[in-house]
Write a protein that binds this ligand. Structure first.
Ligand SMILES: Cc1ncc(COP(=O)(O)O)c(C=O)c1O
Length: 400
């Protein structure tokens, strides 16, 4: 296989380059991705599900689920599979069967935007509350919608500070509230407590819409009964994270009663309810395939194995003098940021003094051992991570 040297990919891919060696460019991409696989433990994509067969069978055609997934009109493509995916995800979240709607999105970001769009149409004057640990797609959605955002403090372990939320809601109680709870914050995988958020709104008699951004943890927590739709009006989940699809995608679920129904578009013969018009039918098929080949029990087992590995990583890092911690439900292991060469080699997600690795399904003990060996060989950390802040925060070796 030809391997173009790393720095020349941009030049090799330049479409004005003559002669253009297409094979060399593709080889290069694959080699680079293969080389990075062993040390990719910083970002949350599962790598244990084999989707090569379905990619080979469906990957050469256009599957475009234009319009509403429930629509019988227009081009159907993989809409039947999309509906099955939506029903499965809604079922594991115990979303009411008579008040549900959703579609397969391009990812968690579109899910958040779609849900907040529905919420904002419902409550145009609402303030949108989200914590400092919320994903950047939330303030971006607030800006796109031209809404007013209110930033709430997060505790050092990543969970929302409910006392701060209460103080901010109290000050603005004449307006409705749209509150974003995160189920699996990007850095620490903390889960905001919807019941406590709802209690704050009830205390001040504020009407509102509770949205859950569950991009990473929605499916694994729901499978264990640790996350339910309950008081929520909408929820967004990424598909390429826990379900490891080879293309970015996601699912958004919104209560049917919490959204405005779209208008019919004559030329596509569908109802316009989604953020994008053309929508990736291959993504819906990949999600369906990932769910169908493993079922609830298979996916529950995958989550449990990943958590066991995360507990192992906490134990090994701590034993090596690099104190780490995790929330008990989490795949994410938080640690003091290692020196630059270790950080770069292992593609760690870093926020100043704090970094994380994510033990997604498919990451192995061998990878964790190699990472811990590199960390142990580095100078000791300059800081000790947060003490236990909530009874659930696991800073010990429990679960290992
Ligand atoms: C909490 C949270 N929300 C939303 C997103 C965005 O999801 P996506 O990358 O699928 O758009 C992420 C991605 O990391 C996330 O961690």
């Amino acid at each position: 296989m030809t391997h173009t040297p790393a720095l020349s990919l941009t030049a090799a891919a330049d479409l004005n380059h003559s002669p253009l060696d297409i094979t060399a460019v593709l080889d290069h991409l694959v080699c680079e991705a293969d080389a990075a696989t062993a040390t990719s433990i910083g970002f949350p994509g599962a790598v244990d599900l084999d989707q090569t067969e379905i990619m080979a069978r469906l990957g050469g055609r256009l599957w475009n689920n234009i319009g509403d997934p429930g629509d019988p009109g227009g081009v159907a493509h993989t809409r039947a599979l999309e509906r099955a995916v939506i029903a499965w995800v809604a079922d594991i979240l115990a979303m009411p069967t008579d008040d549900r709607w959703g579609y397969v999105t391009t990812g968690g970001t579109e899910g958040n935007l779609s849900a907040l769009h529905a919420a904002h149409r419902r409550y145009p004057t609402a303030r949108i509350y989200y914590s400092t640990a919320a994903h950047y797609s939330i303030p971006k959605s607030v800006e796109i919608l031209g809404a007013r955002g209110v930033v709430i403090s997060a505790r050092p372990d990543g969970e929302m500070d409910y006392a701060h939320l209460a103080a901010q809601v109290r000050k603005r109680r004449r307006w409705p509230a749209i509150v974003v709870a995160t189920a699996g914050t990007t850095l620490t995988e903390a889960v905001d407590d919807s019941t406590r958020i709802r209690a704050v709104l009830d205390e001040y008699g504020v009407a509102g819409h509770l949205h859950i951004d569950a991009a990473l943890s929605g499916i694994p927590l729901a499978l264990d009964g640790q996350l339910r739709f309950d008081d929520a009006a909408s929820i967004a989940i990424s598909g390429h994270k826990f379900l490891g699809t080879p293309t970015p995608c996601g699912v958004v679920l919104i209560r049917d009663s919490a959204r405005r129904h779209g208008s019919h578009v004559a030329y596509t013969d569908t109802v316009d309810t989604t953020i994008t018009g053309s929508r990736c039918g291959l993504a819906a098929a990949l999600l369906w395939h990932a769910i169908a080949t493993h079922g609830r029990e298979g996916h529950r087992w995958r989550a449990s194995e990943a958590r066991t590995l995360a507990a192992y990583a906490v134990y090994q890092l701590t034993a090596a003098g690099w104190p780490a911690w995790r929330h008990p439900h989490a795949f994410t292991v938080v640690l003091p940021t290692p020196p630059e060469p270790v950080r770069k080699k292992w593609l760690l997600a870093t926020d100043g003094d704090t970094s994380h690795i994510i033990c997604m399904p498919g990451i192995t003990r061998g990878q964790i051992d190699a990472f811990v060996a590199d960390v142990a060989a580095a100078a000791p950390p300059r800081w000790i991570p947060q003490p236990r802040l909530s009874p659930e925060t696991d800073v010990s070796t429990a679960g290992h």
